[in-house]
Ligand binder design. Sequence first.
Ligand SMILES: [Zn+2]
Length: 299
Amino acid sequence: MPNGTIKDIEERYKYLGIMQSNINHEAEVRHKAITEYKKLLHQVLCSQLNARNQVMAINTYALFVIRYTAGIIKWTEEAIKETYTATRKLLTVHGALHPKSDTTRLYLDRKDGGRGFKDVQQTVKEEAQNIKAYAASMATSDKLLAEFQLSALTMELRPDDEELDWHMKPLHGVYYRQIFKGDDLHQTYMWLNKGNLTANTESLIMAAQKQVLPTRQLQTKIYHTRDYPRCRLCKDAPETMQHIISGCKQLARNAYTKRHNRVAGVVYRSLCDEYGLNKPQHWWEAPGKVNENDRATIL
Ligand SMILES: [Zn+2]
């Protein structure tokens, strides 16, 4: 300056939401971002949103606080691990993740049978790349961005060989191997995209699919906490997930019939819509014995 120099900054200040003085206060910014992320995660998980919308809210609303700082400050492996641990812990506390489930399916797309959470590491990587690409494109006309490009952060990222491979794990993979015998995956996973379930129900279904619910068979063969694997109701066959779902004659009398009728009810109501027939007002009401008009008769 004409009459002296600019004083050095004694205290740090905030620039566009990032703590700075002569350098970025990286550790502090990271810590703040993680704390805020946890707070928002908790808020979303306490909400009345269905499972799909909760995931969407977490991916955009909560993850934003981390995404915003990515590429500006460095995200260390420990910090990213901390977000994974915090996410898993909060999901489990809120009943949105079964404690025995593995977590890789969390980060798969919903159309591929996952929960659809966005991977923090991936988000940080994407954002850093976007900023780098922007700096590179502007470097010719903007000196500051040219400087930035020179000192651009090289993010240490997990190598890509750690592919999500939940279908390879011996226990968790049972379900995957069963459904890959030629089923239509789009239809198989439609409940994840179109369903209106709570996160608790969703995580329970997934835990059942992954065969990690404590059935007697599992307690006997895997956990070794029991020496009698047979079904607690019929005592006829080993109590496996498949047995509970469709093989138990004790359940057949009541639970299976009820389930059958509910599914049939959905088909019935769709047929009524298609042929312009009257239908009961609510889905749980039993229809009459005969329903007909000039186009169709349903018995
Ligand atoms: Zn049984």
